[in-house]
Write a protein that binds this ligand. Structure first.
Ligand code: HEC
Length: 114
């Protein structure tokens, strides 16, 4: 009877160890995903921070002659170019935003017209 208990205890221990190393690798994966999500810039947030002053929340405010983004026919690449280098009254965001942030906000402006 006692031997049986010890055996079960050892089996449980082995199981627990196996299980914990497994969940440890799951945790590592979850952490890596969390880090990736945090590193991925939020286009909507950037838009609301930097672009609404001229383009408005929905892209159609037109302050300072800002183009109506709902009607923009530019491709993603062209938008990235305008945002990076600026155009007429529009500020160049090269010095303010990282490349991936510019890409994220450019993607977000594609949604405004939909
Ligand atoms: C200071 C005001 C101002 C701010 C801030 C601003 N824009 Fe603009 N934006 C403009 C103006 C003005 C134009 C039109 C330029 C022209 O007529 O050549 C424009 C044009 C654009 C265009 C080109 C649209 C087209 O179809 O030609 C895009 C895309 C754009 N803005 C995106 C953004 C994004 C994204 C942000 C924020 C990161 C932003 N803008 C911030 C004023 C602004």
């Amino acid at each position: 009877m006692r031997k049986g208990l010890v055996f079960i205890a050892i089996a449980a221990l082995i199981y627990a160890c196996g299980g914990s190393s497994d969940s440890a690798s799951n945790n590592t994966q979850a952490n890596a995903q969390a880090v990736a999500a945090a590193a991925k810039p939020d286009g909507e947030k950037i838009y609301k921070q930097y672009c609404v002053t001229c383009h408005g929340l929905y892209g159609d405010m037109g302050a300072s002659g800002a183009y109506n983004l709902q009607e923009s026919a530019l491709t993603l690449e062209e938008r990235i170019n305008v945002i990076t280098n600026g155009r007429k009254a529009m500020t160049a965001f090269e010095a303010l935003l990282e490349e991936k942030e510019i890409k994220a906000v450019a993607k977000y402006t594609m949604k405004l017209g939909q």
